[in-house]
Design a binder for this molecule. Structure first.
Ligand SMILES: CCC[C@H](O)CC(=O)SCCNC(=O)CCNC(=O)[C@H](O)C(C)(C)COP(=O)([O-])OP(=O)([O-])OC[C@H]1O[C@@H](n2cnc3c(N)ncnc32)[C@H](O)[C@@H]1OP(=O)([O-])[O-]
Length: 947
């Protein structure tokens, strides 16, 4: 796993040999440790160079190892031996130095990078932090602001930027290893102390608190609810305010908290799911590794509407020459100007020249006779598309691949009108096509494996995350979307408001709730589709019950909204009202409230209070249920494919892993039970009927080894009103987004709503301050979900008292973490969130002034003496936010993909910034009992740690 050679008679060359990315798996760590020992003890060796085989330095820790217990030597001591040695060690970085790989380089005394190398700490995108000293060493090397940015975003930087920042000592266009060998020889004899990053003092800005606060606000805003970036900020603060060894301890404690969180599992699952999705397989047995793609040098795009223009840009910017076709001169000219503008802006952003010479615009299909591939992106109308395909079949040379960008029509029906059905496939882009990463490659029953291989490989070339799906109405993404949208409107009928539903979904993690998203996408598009399919409008039989279509429940409210000319943001009115057309600031509209009330009274619907739990369950479980149907129908090969589609095409929150992963986290048994419950209540909604495969999954989940003592306790307590399962969005901090740190019995009893059912967790009876309360004598069978469980618990449980002395030895104060009102303590070996004691201050205090001198590591030893009160006064941390992942920078495409190609819209990248990020749920937490100003009770939430 690492090769050891003596070169130039006096340099030990250690080459990591663990393809494909030289990850630091257990044997590699072993090999590095042994090689270093050998080099340091060999008198012939005067210097050491570490490099990676196959032009890749190191891709970091082996993420696959995270799922099991740690084997082999821990990484940090291995790396510490490198720095502590008395011989200069040079890292020769080719390809990439990422995560633990970058940290390995930071333990070396010198770093040489090849000019094409990329460096970064992407741990945050995996729900963890750089825990091999990255958070302590990088700030010491390059200062707080730059380190903070790199660590909280996970951004990869170029070798040139690394040189500018002072991370590497030299950049070379030659072989980095050769250069490093020369460099190492010159370094022999020079003092090593100044080269040991751990001995450096972190250059600390005077406005440290303000800087960290701004960083916190930024990550909170970008994607609220994710823990890792905030933990990163905490760790960087430690680098600025603590001596190195203490900072390292803090780093490892923060890592321990994150490591087993549900978020980390979800994000790591996403990493592998994305890579798995590329490994497509067809029912015929053809798959990614036995089918050869054709090379595509030239392509044509038919239709220059929103989709067509985005597709032209996506092709041209990767060097494929494109012929763009329109039916009318005016449309062609308009499309030409927009495409050129988009390409120029894109090129400017990337610092390259726009590839305008690759473009040709024409009104004639005859010009397409020699292209390798055509993508049709005309209006979503089967008759029109068939005409286009018939024509293409006549004009294109026999080998040309014919693809359609339909968002749900029958690809095989189109194949059937051509002379080459085996060369026809769907390439379903998402709007805007040059921004959104997802591509559904639709395999018709007659599509050849070569056609699919070519479409998948072209998608990859365009930088898309391509997923092969089957040919069914709506394919995978849109097919699942329908029941999701239906549930949202059914909930409106039953008593919810658009704001309430959106808030529940945004609190869950979606950038925008379903109604805000629909307003952005435009309501008229779906309305037209419904009219065309006879669901609404004059074609509906007047004898048809108004709220039923073909015996199934139908909600006409979206049609009624459109009938009033409310088409969303573009008309300034939709589910919300806006100050003017095109405005993005959605405000609740009393007219919609009136409409809903009138509608309900017209149909005799008694509105009821609908909990956030019901909103989430009905909208998301139905999504997973349809996902199971899709798997059963063979329209997707695996759950990962479905999740990837939702992550990249529909902005499903990445830290939730995708609808299928989320369902597995909740526990399939629970999902099943809730679906059954809702289906009984709404038998005319077939999508609520649990699919057989979900049953099978649930049985599997039950048989898993997750049953433990906590489960037994949970089961024995089932039915007791004081042991209710979690109330909906109050999801436990241990496993999920950390927005709810209320005390939930579910968390203690393993009845965790947001993770595996019966996840092994602490038996509350064993926690010193949370004895299991006796069953209350006044138990009733009624459940008032509006009262938080904490509140219930505190009411019925007088024995739930604060510990006698917060500083008693059994409590060791570990860190402030995440939440304003909480600190983290280790209790009986478990990490616990403990509510801070209230601050007794006479008058509102002014923020503490930071003396820059006090921030140097040398002076930080005083932190040992920090009092509880000082801890309380510490910086206020909101809960954290997600990594800014370049992978899913697109917006939620809900509904957007219905935009037909002839619409004329702004082509600029859509952004959710500014108007879409919901505030933190924590900020809005209404659980007054947990506000320190109102409670003196210490509340403990167990948080499992196995690291
Ligand atoms: C105490 C520890 C602290 C430390 O701070 C923690 C860490 O380092 S956390 C780590 C921080 N590091 C990161 O987050 C870097 C994560 N990796 C990447 O970003 C990209 O893989 C990389 C840019 C390196 C190469 O891109 P590319 O050229 O397009 O190639 P590709 O992406 O298609 O991958 C090829 C194959 O390699 C696999 N694999 C890759 N990396 C790892 C890994 N670390 N492990 C295991 N496997 C890994 C990948 O699954 C795939 O497998 P398969 O079976 O063929 O599907």
């Amino acid at each position: 796993m690492a090769r050891y050679e003596l070169v130039k008679r006096s340099v030990a060359l250690i080459t990591l040999t663990n393809p494909p990315v030289n990850a630091l798996s257990s044997p590699v760590r072993h090999a590095i440790a042994n090689s270093m020992e050998r080099a340091l003890s060999d008198p012939k060796v005067r210097a050491v160079v570490i490099c990676g085989e196959n032009g890749r330095f190191c891709g970091g820790a082996d993420i696959r190892e995270f799922a099991g217990p740690l084997r082999g030597p821990p990484l940090i001591p291995v790396l510490e031996a490198i720095e502590a040695g008395d011989k200069p060690v040079v890292a020769a970085i080719e390809g990439m130095a990422l995560g633990g790989g970058f940290e390995l380089a930071l333990f070396c005394h010198y770093r040489i990078a090849q000019s094409k190398a990329r460096l970064g700490l992407p741990e945050v995108t995996l729900g963890i932090l750089p825990a091999a000293g990255g958070t302590q060493r990088l700030p010491r090397l390059i200062g707080i602001p730059a380190a903070l940015e790199m660590i909280t975003t996970g951004r990869h930087i170029s070798a040139q930027e690394a040189l500018k920042l002072g991370i590497v000592d030299q950049v070379t266009d030659q072989n980095a290893c050769e250069t490093a060998l020369e460099f190492a020889l010159k370094a022999v004899g020079k003092p090593l102390s100044p080269r040991r990053v751990s001995t450096l003092t972190t250059p600390c800005p005077p406005d440290l608190d303000a800087l960290l606060e701004a960083a916190t606000m930024q990550v909170k805003k970008k994607t609220p609810g994710v823990m890792a970036p905030l933990a990163c900020i905490q760790a960087v603060r430690a680098a600025a305010t603590m001596p190195y060894s203490k900072g390292m301890k803090q780093e490892s404690e923060l890592m321990a908290t994150l490591f087993n969180s549900g978020q980390a599992r979800a994000l790591q699952y996403c990493f592998f799911a994305q890579r798995t999705a590329g490994k497509w397989t067809l029912p015929s047995g053809a798959q990614w590794n036995n089918s050869k793609p054709r090379e595509i040098r030239s392509a044509a795009v038919i239709g220059l509407g929103t989709m067509g223009r985005g597709i032209v840009v996506s092709l041209a910017r990767v060097g494929i020459s494109v012929i763009a076709v329109e039916s009318e001169k005016k449309l062609l000219e308009n499309g030409r100007q927009m495409v050129i503008g988009m390409l120029e802006r894109d090129a400017k952003r990337r610092g390259v020249s726009a590839s305008l010479n690759l473009l040709k615009f024409t009104l004639s299909l005859q010009d397409l006779k020699d292209v390798d591939l055509v993508i049709e992106a005309v209006f979503e109308d089967m008759a029109l598309k068939k005409r286009v395909f018939q024509e293409l079949s006549k004009v294109c040379r026999p080998g040309t691949l014919l693809c359609t960008n339909t968002s749900g029509l029958d690809v095989d029906a189109l194949a059937g009108v051509t002379d080459r059905p085996h060369l026809v496939a769907g390439m379903h882009f998402f709007s805007p096509a040059h921004v959104m990463k997802l591509l559904e490659v639709v395999c018709g029953p007659r599509s050849s494996s070569e056609t699919i291989a070519t479409a998948m490989s072209l998608g990859k070339k365009m930088g898309k995350v391509s997923v092969a799906v089957g040919n069914c109405p709506g394919f995978v993404g849109n097919r699942m979307l329908k029941p999701y949208l239906d549930q949202a409107t059914f909930l409106l009928e039953e008593g919810a408001t658009p704001e309430q539903i959106d808030k529940a979904l945004e609190d869950f993690g979606f950038a925008m709730g379903v109604f805000r998203m629909s307003d952005l996408a435009g309501l008229d598009v779906g309305w037209r589709v419904r009219k065309e399919s006879g669901l609404t409008g004059p074609d509906v039989d007047p004898k048809n019950p108004p709220r039923k279509r073909q015996g199934r429940r139908y909600c006409p409210i979206p049609d009624m909204v459109c009938e009033q000319g409310r088409f969303g943001q573009k008309t300034g009115r939709g589910w919300y009202k806006y100050d003017k057309p095109g405005d993005t600031n959605a405000k609740p509209d009393p007219l919609i409230q009136n409409l809903l009330e009138t509608y309900r009274s017209r149909y005799g619907i008694q509105p009821r209070n609908i909990s956030d739990q019901e909103i989430i369950e009905r909208c998301l479980f139905v999504l997973a249920n349809e996902g199971f149907r899709i798997l059963e129908d063979g329209m997707a090969a695996r759950p990962e494919d479905i999740d990837v589609i939702y992550l990249f095409g529909y902005a499903f929150p990445r830290h939730r892993g995708g609808p299928m992963f989320y369902a597995s986290m909740v526990g399939l048994e629970r999902v099943l039970e809730r679906l059954e419950h809702y289906h009984q209540a709404h038998p005319d909604v077939p999508h609520l009927e649990p699919i057989t495969m979900a049953y099978t999954g649930a049985q599997k989940a039950l048989k898993s080894d997750k049953l433990d003592e906590a489960q037994a306790l949970a089961k024995s307590c089932a039915g007791r009103p004081d042991f209710l399962p979690c109330d909906g969005l109050s999801i436990c901090a241990t496993h999920s987004h950390g927005k709810c740190f209320k005390l939930h019995w579910c968390c203690h009893l393993g009845w965790c709503h947001c993770k595996y059912v019966y996840q092994p967790m602490t038996n509350v009876a064993q926690l010193p301050s949370t004895p299991v309360p006796a069953a209350p004598s006044d138990c009733t069978d009624t459940i008032d979900l509006s009262i938080s469980l904490t509140e219930r618990f505190l009411r019925i449980s007088p024995c739930f008292l604060p510990p006698p002395c917060p500083e008693s030895p059994k409590y060791c104060n570990i860190a402030e973490l995440f939440i304003d009102d909480y600190i983290v303590k280790r209790i009986n070996g478990k990490m616990c969130y403990v509510q801070r004691p209230p601050i007794h201050t006479e008058a509102p205090s002014t923020p503490p002034q930071i003396n820059p001198a006090s921030l140097t590591p040398q002076k930080q030893h005083t932190e040992d003496k920090q009092t509880v009160e000082e801890t309380v006064k510490g910086p206020k941390m909101g809960h954290c936010s997600s990594p800014s992942s370049s992978e899913d920078s697109g917006i939620n495409a809900l509904g957007g993909h219905y935009l037909e190609s002839c619409e004329e819209e702004s082509e600029d990248e859509l952004s959710t910034d500014g108007h879409s990020s919901p505030g933190s749920l924590w900020d809005q937490d209404e659980c007054t009992l947990l506000s320190p100003s109102k409670s003196i009770v210490e509340i403990i939430e167990n948080i499992e740690t196995t690291v």
